[in-house]
Design a protein around this ligand. Sequence first.
Ligand code: SF4
Length: 335
Amino acid sequence: MTKKRVFSGMRPTGRLHLGHLIGALDNWVGMQEEYDCIYGIVDWHALTSEYQDTRAVQDNVIEIAIDWIAAGLDPEKSVLMIQSLVPEHAELHLLLSMVVPVPWLERVPTYKEQVMQLREKDLSNYGFLGYPVLQAADIMIYKGEVVPVGEDQVSHLELVREIARRFNHFFGRVFPEPQAKLTTTPRLPGTDGRKMSKSYGNVIQLSEDPGKIHRKVMTMVTDPARVRRTDPGDPEVCPVFDHHKVFTPPEGQAWAAQGCRTAKIGCIDCKRRLLEGMLPVVEPLHQKRVELEKDRESVKEILVEGSRRVRGRARETLGEVRQAMNINYDRRSQW
Ligand code: SF4
């Protein structure tokens, strides 16, 4: 039985953090046996917002690949590749841009939101508006059938499906409509209680050593109403407890919740218990990372080889697209 094809990607805009591990990477690792997975480091996507200073992109590509492999993505099972090493993504993006109405892109909820939020960047560029079309091309160039998404990304995938439908409507059925594989993405706030994000400076990076992670957890904000040790707290408003929900077994969570509400435990005890669950997850990852760091050339080779392996598939799809759009000049007899 052939495995269904999966494509997913990450932008090399910075180091990965715990939110990436729990929200995406763990799911990706779990899909490797059942699916034919292609995981791309989508460097052109990074340029859509980082075009004014691109110096960090190449280094971020390697750091992300190291994080991926350390977290359990296996280049023997999944293809790990770099988007710009397969230029067919760009040609398909161009061809899809002929059929995608601009209002579809302007309506994408995250488009306006990001333009407003990232005011320090000028996101009035054409590439940023066209981001979802490039995302569609990334999936469609491999005829991706399944895309792992969190609930907040379902609308993005629906747009990819609409783009595939519109193309097929004009030119005949070339593309499958990719299905969403809904993944659970538990809330994992940053050390200050806001969304974990590089721009807030509140992340726990996968590349940080366990000592640093320990210090960050010990200084995490807690329920602001719990001023003194004797004040009862509310775990449901505490970011530390959100982390317990991910890293601590149920009996530990019950201990923390009850101890917090009755003021039987202090926040220091609570954080120590959290570290008992968190450190066994991050320590092996960190050790593997240190090993991979010693041989960055091999990591680069994995990405180059992965990109080479999938380029044949991308060329095949593009051949079909050119044929369907009547711009296939490969065989002279056909024009
Ligand atoms: S005891 Fe734990 S859950 Fe309660 S406020 Fe302190 S850190 Fe948060």
